[in-house]
Design a protein around this ligand. Structure first.
Ligand code: NDP
Length: 491
């Protein structure tokens, strides 16, 4: 098979290859090459950031009226919708997610640009209560050049989630997508060009995170980094940021508890728990990977869950009925296999899955069956370590005190789910569980208007919501003297 043509990167207003090594990206369902690129190098990073800084100053983007910036973001939303099917198919090839899911991600990216355009246009500054003969105001200013670093699991949505508020806030942006999934970030840059974003204001730099991501984070002109990815990388970025005294937002890993109480509607709970862990093949920071189930209903509930997991349609991402696609890379599948083997070595029992499916497409792509394990406790490796794959651990609990103690016993605190008909109990548990997001009788719902982020090792800062824009701005206080006489001190 012939190699794909070399794709250009977007560097300081120019579309050209990077200056680094050529590499290919692969379709995880077949292992076939999808695109070839020359990676960016640290010299490309310097060019992009210096170009972004020049473009930011020369274009007047930061001082443009909010409705003028909003108009560009609205056009980006419209262009994403115009190209929705093409983008969804491209993202399917880029990271192997089922087409139904990539269509939803593309729609969500368009919605994010639309929301941030509206938020930008309607954001108000505050006149704060005065304490003397002066007027006090709190205003916000753009930062200059900010960076966005994103992972491979939901490209267009996670990129829009950073790009739209950062641009709405009046900044220039340098975006580094995951090395293995660069295609949607480049497409977004093309659409931003077409929408009339000033040239050079956005650069997209695919390449190795340890080189390119690191160089971006350290660059003195970069005034903020918005990062989504693993906790170890997040810590590394936070250390660099501490030296530069630079704000960061870190959306990191999770090991989220889903709690099924005795009185839950079991049809809803079975569907919700399956969706929470196995959609996106479990490659989701918010995957509900620890199932706490009331001991009294454990046997019945787990039997239904296993039956449901066995019925999930694992296969061709291009098929609209597919629920689970392949994993992102062979190396990631191998890492999931190591986690499952360690769980079995620790005494865990496999209830289903725990292997690669065989035959047909399964032989070519990086597929792995939905897997359910029981027989371990919450201190076990499988309960404490993020797998980032389709692996669920069943953990029984006796009462609410025991449940909360176990659910909160994790370095992560990103999300949680509660399944019960008892609203008072749901309220108490929702307030007691430590997590950035709690779903009650649902799971993995998202809204751009509701803040998202984690506690502890799951991250720092919040994205989304109207305040999402303010994360990309510096606050400034203004005092207007209204004295009729000179200041008394000098008199
Ligand atoms: P990584 O942390 O390895 O990578 C994320 C991004 O950071 C990639 O673009 C990567 O580049 C880059 N990167 C890697 N090393 C550095 C570095 N030293 N300096 C700067 N950037 C760097 O995470 P994964 O890609 O493995 O993604 C999975 C992780 O992301 C999981 O832990 C998951 O929980 C988390 N995640 C969190 C979400 C949230 O919102 N809380 C959402 C989605 C995922 P490269 O591609 O070259 O490695």
């Amino acid at each position: 098979m012939s190699s794909p043509a070399l794709l250009d990167l977007c560097i300081a207003g120019h579309w050209r290859p990077g200056s680094g090594e050529v590499y290919e990206t692969c379709y995880p369902a077949t292992g076939e090459a999808v695109a070839a690129l020359r990676a960016a190098t640290p010299a490309d990073v310097d060019e992009a950031i210096e170009g972004a800084h020049r473009a930011w100053r020369a274009s007047g983007w930061g001082s443009a009226k909010p409705h003028e910036r909003a108009a560009v973001l609205h056009r980006v939303a419209g262009l994403i919708r115009r190209d929705a099917e093409r983008l969804a198919q491209l993202q399917r090839q880029d990271n192997g997610k089922p087409i139904a899911e990539t269509r939803a991600l593309v729609a969500s990216a368009a919605g994010t640009f639309q929301y941030m355009a509206a938020a930008c246009e309607t954001l108000e500054e505050a006149i704060t209560p005065s304490r003397g003969p002066y007027l006090t105001m709190s205003v916000h200013e753009p930062m200059g050049v900010v960076a966005a670093i994103t992972p491979w699991n939901s490209p267009i949505a996670s990129e829009a989630q950073k790009l739209a508020p950062a641009l709405a806030a009046g900044n220039a942006v340098v975006l580094k997508p995951a090395e293995v999934t660069p295609l949607l970030a480049l497409e977004l840059a093309r659409l931003c060009d077409e929408a009339g974003l000033p040239k050079g204001l956005l650069s997209v730099l695919p390449g190795k995170g340890s080189v390119i991501g690191d160089a971006i984070t350290r660059h003195p002109l970069v005034r903020r980094v918005a990062f989504t990815g693993g906790t170890a990388t997040g810590r590394h970025i936070a250390r660099i940021a501490a030296d530069k005294m630079m704000p960061v937002s870190l959306e990191l890993g999770g090991k989220s508890p889903t709690m099924v109480l005795e009185d839950a509607d079991l049809d809803h709970a079975v569907a919700g728990v399956l969706y929470g862990i196995f959609s996106s093949s479990g490659e989701s920071c918010i995957a509900g990977s620890r199932l706490f189930v009331a001991r009294r209903i454990q046997r019945e509930f787990v039997a239904r869950l296993v039956e449901g997991a066995r019925r999930l349609r694992l296969g061709d991402p291009a098929d609209e009925r597919t629920q689970m696609g392949p994993l992102i890379t062979a190396a990631h599948r191998a890492s999931i296999e190591r986690h499952v083997q360690a769980a079995l070595d620790d005494g865990g029992r496999l209830l289903c899955g725990g292997r690669r499916p065989a035959g047909g497409l399964y032989e070519r792509g990086w597929f792995y069956e939905p897997t359910i394990v029981e027989g371990l406790d919450n201190r076990s490796r499988l309960a404490q370590e993020e797998v980032f794959g389709p692996v669920l651990l069943v953990l029984p609990f006796d009462d609410d005190e025991d449940l909360i103690a176990q659910a909160n016993d994790s370095v992560y605190a990103l999300a949680a789910g509660i399944w019960t008909r008892d609203f008072q109990r749901a309220w108490k548990l929702a307030r007691a569980v430590q997590a950035g997001t709690v779903w009650i009788n649902t799971y993995k719902l998202f809204s751009i208007s509701t803040p998202f982020g984690g506690w502890r090792d799951s991250g720092l800062g919040r994205e989304k919501g109207r305040e999402g824009i303010l994360q990309y701005m510096e606050q400034k206080s203004l005092y207007w003297g209204l004295n009729e006489q000179p200041l008394p001190w000098a008199r």
